[in-house]
Design a protein around this ligand. Structure first.
Ligand SMILES: Cc1cc2nc3c(=O)[nH]c(=O)nc-3n(C[C@H](O)[C@H](O)[C@H](O)COP(=O)(O)O)c2cc1C
Length: 285
Protein backbone atom coordinates (compact mmCIF):
# COMPACT_ATOMS: atom_id res chain seq x y z
CA UNK A 1 0.00 0.00 0.00
CA UNK A 2 1.31 3.41 -0.85
CA UNK A 3 1.34 5.73 2.16
CA UNK A 4 -0.52 8.47 0.26
CA UNK A 5 -3.50 6.09 -0.10
CA UNK A 6 -3.70 5.48 3.62
CA UNK A 7 -5.96 7.06 6.19
CA UNK A 8 -7.16 6.30 9.70
CA UNK A 9 -10.60 5.06 10.66
CA UNK A 10 -11.51 4.28 14.25
CA UNK A 11 -13.90 1.39 14.94
CA UNK A 12 -15.74 1.69 18.24
CA UNK A 13 -15.88 -1.15 20.75
CA UNK A 14 -19.05 -3.11 20.00
CA UNK A 15 -22.34 -1.59 21.08
CA UNK A 16 -25.17 -3.88 22.06
CA UNK A 17 -28.79 -4.24 23.02
CA UNK A 18 -29.89 -4.47 26.63
CA UNK A 19 -33.60 -4.88 27.50
CA UNK A 20 -34.63 -4.22 23.89
CA UNK A 21 -32.75 -0.93 23.66
CA UNK A 22 -29.24 0.16 22.78
CA UNK A 23 -27.25 0.40 26.03
CA UNK A 24 -27.43 3.98 27.28
CA UNK A 25 -23.70 4.28 27.92
CA UNK A 26 -22.90 2.93 24.45
CA UNK A 27 -24.97 5.54 22.68
CA UNK A 28 -23.53 8.24 24.96
CA UNK A 29 -19.98 7.31 23.99
CA UNK A 30 -20.89 7.56 20.28
CA UNK A 31 -22.24 11.12 20.59
CA UNK A 32 -20.68 13.07 17.69
CA UNK A 33 -19.58 15.92 19.99
CA UNK A 34 -17.47 13.43 21.94
CA UNK A 35 -15.86 12.17 18.74
CA UNK A 36 -14.93 15.30 16.87
CA UNK A 37 -12.15 15.22 14.28
CA UNK A 38 -12.03 11.45 13.93
CA UNK A 39 -13.47 9.16 11.33
CA UNK A 40 -15.52 6.88 13.59
CA UNK A 41 -17.41 3.75 12.57
CA UNK A 42 -19.68 2.37 15.29
CA UNK A 43 -19.51 -1.41 15.65
CA UNK A 44 -22.50 -3.53 16.68
CA UNK A 45 -22.88 -7.04 18.06
CA UNK A 46 -26.20 -8.82 17.52
CA UNK A 47 -27.81 -12.23 17.51
CA UNK A 48 -30.71 -11.57 15.16
CA UNK A 49 -32.28 -8.97 12.90
CA UNK A 50 -34.39 -7.63 15.77
CA UNK A 51 -31.26 -6.63 17.72
CA UNK A 52 -29.56 -5.38 14.58
CA UNK A 53 -32.63 -3.28 13.71
CA UNK A 54 -32.67 -1.63 17.15
CA UNK A 55 -28.95 -0.86 16.96
CA UNK A 56 -29.07 0.39 13.37
CA UNK A 57 -31.90 2.76 14.17
CA UNK A 58 -30.16 4.21 17.23
CA UNK A 59 -26.86 4.62 15.39
CA UNK A 60 -28.37 6.32 12.36
CA UNK A 61 -30.34 8.61 14.71
CA UNK A 62 -27.00 9.56 16.29
CA UNK A 63 -25.86 10.73 12.86
CA UNK A 64 -23.77 7.84 11.51
CA UNK A 65 -24.14 6.14 8.15
CA UNK A 66 -21.45 3.47 8.54
CA UNK A 67 -21.82 0.38 10.74
CA UNK A 68 -19.33 -2.42 11.35
CA UNK A 69 -20.89 -5.81 12.10
CA UNK A 70 -19.07 -7.77 14.81
CA UNK A 71 -18.94 -11.42 13.75
CA UNK A 72 -15.67 -12.17 15.47
CA UNK A 73 -16.08 -11.69 19.22
CA UNK A 74 -14.77 -14.90 20.84
CA UNK A 75 -16.12 -14.44 24.38
CA UNK A 76 -18.11 -17.57 25.32
CA UNK A 77 -21.19 -15.77 26.74
CA UNK A 78 -21.60 -13.83 23.47
CA UNK A 79 -20.85 -16.85 21.26
CA UNK A 80 -23.28 -19.06 23.22
CA UNK A 81 -25.97 -16.43 22.71
CA UNK A 82 -25.35 -16.56 18.94
CA UNK A 83 -23.43 -13.29 18.71
CA UNK A 84 -19.90 -12.50 17.52
CA UNK A 85 -18.19 -15.38 15.74
CA UNK A 86 -21.33 -17.53 16.05
CA UNK A 87 -22.99 -15.17 13.56
CA UNK A 88 -20.22 -15.74 10.97
CA UNK A 89 -20.98 -19.47 10.84
CA UNK A 90 -24.79 -19.25 11.04
CA UNK A 91 -26.24 -19.67 7.50
CA UNK A 92 -29.81 -18.58 8.42
CA UNK A 93 -28.62 -15.41 10.08
CA UNK A 94 -26.30 -14.58 7.16
CA UNK A 95 -29.14 -15.00 4.64
CA UNK A 96 -31.29 -12.61 6.68
CA UNK A 97 -28.36 -10.25 7.00
CA UNK A 98 -28.01 -10.07 3.21
CA UNK A 99 -31.65 -8.93 3.01
CA UNK A 100 -31.24 -6.47 5.87
CA UNK A 101 -28.16 -4.84 4.35
CA UNK A 102 -29.76 -4.73 0.87
CA UNK A 103 -32.81 -3.01 2.36
CA UNK A 104 -30.61 -0.25 3.84
CA UNK A 105 -28.75 1.00 0.75
CA UNK A 106 -28.06 4.42 2.32
CA UNK A 107 -25.93 2.80 5.00
CA UNK A 108 -22.45 1.41 4.51
CA UNK A 109 -21.94 -1.88 6.33
CA UNK A 110 -18.69 -3.77 6.91
CA UNK A 111 -17.89 -7.04 8.70
CA UNK A 112 -15.24 -7.90 11.27
CA UNK A 113 -14.85 -11.65 11.82
CA UNK A 114 -12.83 -14.63 12.92
CA UNK A 115 -12.71 -17.75 10.73
CA UNK A 116 -14.59 -20.06 13.09
CA UNK A 117 -15.38 -21.12 16.63
CA UNK A 118 -13.04 -24.09 16.95
CA UNK A 119 -11.76 -24.96 13.49
CA UNK A 120 -10.04 -22.64 10.98
CA UNK A 121 -12.17 -23.89 8.07
CA UNK A 122 -15.67 -23.24 9.45
CA UNK A 123 -15.95 -20.13 7.26
CA UNK A 124 -15.86 -22.35 4.16
CA UNK A 125 -19.48 -23.36 4.85
CA UNK A 126 -20.70 -19.77 4.90
CA UNK A 127 -18.36 -17.85 2.59
CA UNK A 128 -20.85 -17.87 -0.30
CA UNK A 129 -23.46 -16.31 1.96
CA UNK A 130 -20.97 -13.71 3.19
CA UNK A 131 -20.16 -12.91 -0.44
CA UNK A 132 -23.85 -12.19 -1.03
CA UNK A 133 -24.07 -9.52 1.69
CA UNK A 134 -23.42 -6.15 0.04
CA UNK A 135 -20.75 -4.96 2.50
CA UNK A 136 -17.97 -2.49 1.79
CA UNK A 137 -15.21 -4.75 3.16
CA UNK A 138 -14.49 -7.62 5.53
CA UNK A 139 -11.83 -7.57 8.24
CA UNK A 140 -10.50 -11.01 9.21
CA UNK A 141 -8.62 -11.80 12.42
CA UNK A 142 -7.33 -15.27 11.52
CA UNK A 143 -7.58 -17.00 14.90
CA UNK A 144 -10.44 -19.28 15.85
CA UNK A 145 -12.51 -18.17 18.83
CA UNK A 146 -11.30 -21.07 21.00
CA UNK A 147 -7.70 -19.86 20.57
CA UNK A 148 -8.53 -16.54 22.23
CA UNK A 149 -5.29 -14.63 21.74
CA UNK A 150 -3.00 -17.66 22.04
CA UNK A 151 -0.58 -18.80 19.35
CA UNK A 152 -0.05 -16.85 16.17
CA UNK A 153 -2.55 -15.61 13.59
CA UNK A 154 -3.13 -18.39 11.03
CA UNK A 155 -1.76 -16.79 7.85
CA UNK A 156 -2.52 -19.88 5.75
CA UNK A 157 -6.14 -19.53 6.75
CA UNK A 158 -6.05 -15.81 5.86
CA UNK A 159 -4.61 -16.71 2.48
CA UNK A 160 -7.33 -19.29 1.73
CA UNK A 161 -10.03 -16.90 2.91
CA UNK A 162 -8.67 -14.12 0.69
CA UNK A 163 -8.96 -16.39 -2.35
CA UNK A 164 -12.64 -17.11 -1.74
CA UNK A 165 -13.85 -13.72 -0.53
CA UNK A 166 -15.31 -11.40 -3.17
CA UNK A 167 -15.31 -8.30 -0.96
CA UNK A 168 -12.25 -6.12 -0.27
CA UNK A 169 -10.30 -7.62 2.64
CA UNK A 170 -8.59 -6.05 5.64
CA UNK A 171 -6.06 -7.91 7.80
CA UNK A 172 -6.12 -7.86 11.60
CA UNK A 173 -3.92 -9.56 14.18
CA UNK A 174 -0.65 -9.09 16.09
CA UNK A 175 0.71 -6.07 14.22
CA UNK A 176 2.76 -4.38 16.92
CA UNK A 177 5.63 -2.80 14.95
CA UNK A 178 6.10 -1.20 11.51
CA UNK A 179 8.04 -4.32 10.46
CA UNK A 180 5.08 -6.58 11.37
CA UNK A 181 3.03 -4.36 9.06
CA UNK A 182 5.63 -4.74 6.29
CA UNK A 183 5.61 -8.54 6.62
CA UNK A 184 1.81 -8.67 6.26
CA UNK A 185 1.57 -6.25 3.34
CA UNK A 186 4.44 -8.02 1.53
CA UNK A 187 2.76 -11.37 1.92
CA UNK A 188 -0.74 -10.08 1.12
CA UNK A 189 -0.28 -7.22 -1.37
CA UNK A 190 -3.98 -7.24 -2.31
CA UNK A 191 -5.40 -6.36 1.09
CA UNK A 192 -7.14 -3.01 1.33
CA UNK A 193 -5.80 -2.16 4.76
CA UNK A 194 -4.92 -3.39 8.22
CA UNK A 195 -6.77 -3.03 11.47
CA UNK A 196 -4.56 -2.35 14.49
CA UNK A 197 -5.75 -3.38 17.95
CA UNK A 198 -3.47 -3.99 20.91
CA UNK A 199 -0.53 -2.59 18.94
CA UNK A 200 -2.12 0.87 19.00
CA UNK A 201 -2.56 0.68 22.76
CA UNK A 202 1.00 -0.36 23.49
CA UNK A 203 2.56 1.80 20.78
CA UNK A 204 0.14 4.65 20.06
CA UNK A 205 2.44 6.07 17.39
CA UNK A 206 2.17 2.84 15.37
CA UNK A 207 -0.37 4.16 12.86
CA UNK A 208 1.56 7.40 12.38
CA UNK A 209 4.80 5.44 11.96
CA UNK A 210 3.24 3.22 9.30
CA UNK A 211 1.64 6.08 7.40
CA UNK A 212 4.66 8.35 7.78
CA UNK A 213 7.03 5.57 6.73
CA UNK A 214 9.51 6.24 9.54
CA UNK A 215 9.95 4.72 12.99
CA UNK A 216 9.87 6.86 16.08
CA UNK A 217 12.75 6.47 18.51
CA UNK A 218 12.18 4.98 21.96
CA UNK A 219 12.16 8.33 23.81
CA UNK A 220 9.48 9.75 21.56
CA UNK A 221 7.35 6.58 21.85
CA UNK A 222 7.70 6.57 25.64
CA UNK A 223 6.68 10.23 25.87
CA UNK A 224 3.58 9.65 23.74
CA UNK A 225 2.52 6.59 25.76
CA UNK A 226 2.89 8.55 28.99
CA UNK A 227 1.09 11.62 27.63
CA UNK A 228 -1.86 9.46 26.56
CA UNK A 229 -1.89 7.53 29.82
CA UNK A 230 -1.91 10.80 31.76
CA UNK A 231 -4.84 12.12 29.72
CA UNK A 232 -6.70 8.81 30.18
CA UNK A 233 -5.97 8.97 33.94
CA UNK A 234 -7.47 12.43 34.18
CA UNK A 235 -10.61 11.37 32.34
CA UNK A 236 -10.97 8.16 34.38
CA UNK A 237 -10.52 10.02 37.66
CA UNK A 238 -13.16 12.55 36.65
CA UNK A 239 -15.67 9.78 35.88
CA UNK A 240 -14.90 7.40 38.80
CA UNK A 241 -16.45 7.16 42.22
CA UNK A 242 -13.40 7.44 44.40
CA UNK A 243 -9.69 6.80 44.17
CA UNK A 244 -9.85 3.03 44.58
CA UNK A 245 -12.21 2.68 41.61
CA UNK A 246 -10.08 4.98 39.45
CA UNK A 247 -6.93 2.98 40.27
CA UNK A 248 -8.70 -0.30 39.49
CA UNK A 249 -9.74 1.08 36.09
CA UNK A 250 -6.30 2.41 35.28
CA UNK A 251 -4.07 -0.54 36.18
CA UNK A 252 -5.37 -2.98 33.51
CA UNK A 253 -4.10 -0.51 30.91
CA UNK A 254 -0.55 -1.32 31.97
CA UNK A 255 -1.03 -4.66 30.22
CA UNK A 256 -0.79 -2.74 26.96
CA UNK A 257 2.62 -1.15 27.09
CA UNK A 258 5.82 -1.70 25.14
CA UNK A 259 7.52 -3.05 28.24
CA UNK A 260 11.06 -2.70 26.95
CA UNK A 261 10.54 1.08 26.67
CA UNK A 262 10.33 1.33 30.45
CA UNK A 263 12.57 0.37 33.31
CA UNK A 264 11.31 -2.91 34.83
CA UNK A 265 11.36 -1.50 38.36
CA UNK A 266 9.34 1.51 37.27
CA UNK A 267 6.68 -0.71 35.70
CA UNK A 268 6.59 -2.95 38.76
CA UNK A 269 6.13 0.09 41.00
CA UNK A 270 3.21 1.28 38.84
CA UNK A 271 1.57 -2.16 38.92
CA UNK A 272 2.05 -2.47 42.68
CA UNK A 273 1.04 1.04 43.68
CA UNK A 274 -1.42 0.74 46.53
CA UNK A 275 -3.16 4.05 46.15
CA UNK A 276 -3.98 6.54 43.45
CA UNK A 277 -1.68 9.24 44.81
CA UNK A 278 1.36 6.95 44.55
CA UNK A 279 0.36 5.89 41.06
CA UNK A 280 -0.09 9.48 39.89
CA UNK A 281 3.16 10.66 41.41
CA UNK A 282 4.99 7.90 39.53
CA UNK A 283 3.42 9.30 36.37
CA UNK A 284 4.44 12.83 37.34
CA UNK A 285 0.87 14.02 37.56
C1 LIG B 1 -9.59 -5.43 25.56
C2 LIG B 1 -10.01 -5.77 24.14
C3 LIG B 1 -11.27 -5.37 23.69
C4 LIG B 1 -11.66 -5.67 22.36
N1 LIG B 1 -12.90 -5.25 21.93
C5 LIG B 1 -13.25 -5.49 20.63
C6 LIG B 1 -14.49 -5.02 20.11
O1 LIG B 1 -15.32 -4.42 20.82
N2 LIG B 1 -14.76 -5.27 18.81
C7 LIG B 1 -13.87 -5.94 17.99
O2 LIG B 1 -14.14 -6.12 16.81
N3 LIG B 1 -12.72 -6.41 18.46
C8 LIG B 1 -12.39 -6.19 19.75
N4 LIG B 1 -11.19 -6.66 20.20
C9 LIG B 1 -10.33 -7.43 19.28
C10 LIG B 1 -9.40 -6.53 18.50
O3 LIG B 1 -10.13 -5.61 17.73
C11 LIG B 1 -8.52 -7.35 17.56
O4 LIG B 1 -9.32 -8.06 16.64
C12 LIG B 1 -7.65 -8.35 18.30
O5 LIG B 1 -7.11 -7.81 19.49
C13 LIG B 1 -6.51 -8.85 17.40
O6 LIG B 1 -5.81 -7.77 16.83
P1 LIG B 1 -4.49 -7.12 17.52
O7 LIG B 1 -3.51 -8.26 17.64
O8 LIG B 1 -4.08 -6.03 16.58
O9 LIG B 1 -4.91 -6.64 18.88
C14 LIG B 1 -10.79 -6.38 21.51
C15 LIG B 1 -9.53 -6.77 21.98
C16 LIG B 1 -9.13 -6.48 23.27
C17 LIG B 1 -7.77 -6.94 23.73
Amino acid sequence: MHSSDMSFTYFSPFVRVESDEIRARDIKSLAPDRNRDISLVPQVIFKDMNELGILTEAITRAGYSRIDLNMGCPFPPQVKAGRGVAAAVNPCLLAELADFVSQNPDLEFSVKMRPGISSPDEWEKTIELINKIPVKFVTLHPRVAKAGYRGKPDLECFDRFSERLHHPLIYNGDITTPSDYAVITDRFPNIKGVMLGRGMLSRPSLGAEIIGGNEWDADRRRELWLAIHRAVAESIIASSQGDAQALARLKPRLEFIESDLFDKRYLKALVKSRDLATYLSLLNI
